[in-house]
Design a binder for this molecule. Structure first.
Ligand code: E4P
Length: 220
């Protein structure tokens, strides 16, 4: 499963990229606005930090305008994946852009029926929003499982990206469900590393070694 960072913040991206395990980035208008920089400039800066897909979302709402905006976004950098919302107009724009070879991430997906439409339109990625469904007392991960099953039934190539991830449990469940990608805030990625037995074990290993050799580095 690919790991994407769900942020447009350059410091967070640098930190995550340094670990060598980040495969891509997702942004949305909220995340871009938070950084306060011109959209294209911010996407270019992100592309210098993370070598992988970068989702950049359209803010137009009519299909023809989304297509125009999508083409412009795709021209910013070859790694840009254009994000379109799962509306009638968004699906129409997805179909048009996909036919032109522009890769589209269809976002704001909350039902398996919507995901089916996105795949039919040729989406490169579908983004079911797990956390936002949990927020309204629905098990968001069920949606990921249903989409994976439907896509497998028919051999759709659309990748399933578990979005709106809020915890390490979400990440593990997305992987078990067969999601191709999980996008998460840096805070959640950091949490994936943690286990007290890892810290305790390492501490003991180093103490035992130092008791005998007095210095930490192993000499060659
Ligand atoms: C990513 O593509 C989505 O925009 C993002 O995961 C939404 O997450 P949120 O529900 O935490 O805002």
């Amino acid at each position: 499963m690919k790991i994407f960072l769900d942020t447009a913040n350059l410091e967070e991206l640098r930190k995550g990229a340094d670990w060598g395990i980040v495969d891509g980035v997702t942004t949305n208008p909220t995340l871009i606005a938070k950084e306060g920089k011109p959209f294209a400039e911010q996407i270019r800066r992100i592309s210098e930090i993370v070598k992988g897909d970068i989702s950049a979302e359209v803010v137009e709402t009519q299909a023809d305008r989304m297509v125009q905006e999508g083409r412009e976004l795709a021209r910013i950098h070859p790694n840009v994946v254009v994000k379109c919302p799962l509306t009638r107009e968004g699906v129409k724009a997805t179909s048009a852009l996909s036919k032109e070879g522009v890769r589209v991430n269809v976002t704001l997906c909350f039902t398996p029926a919507q995901a089916l439409l996105a795949a039919k339109a040729g989406a490169y990625i579908i983004s079911p929003f797990v956390g936002r469904l949990d927020d309204i007392a629905y098990t968001g991960m069920d949606l990921v499982r249903q989409i994976v099953a439907i896509y497998n039934n028919y051999g759709f190539k659309t990748q399933v990206l578990a979005a709106s991830i809020r915890s390490p449990v979400h990440v593990v469940e997305a992987a078990l469900a067969g999601a191709h990608i999980a996008t998460m805030p840096l805070k959640v990625l950091e949490m994936l590393f943690n286990h007290p037995l890892t810290d305790k074990g390492l501490d003991q290993f180093l103490k035992d070694y130092q008791k005998v050799f007095h210095e930490a580095p192993v000499e060659g």
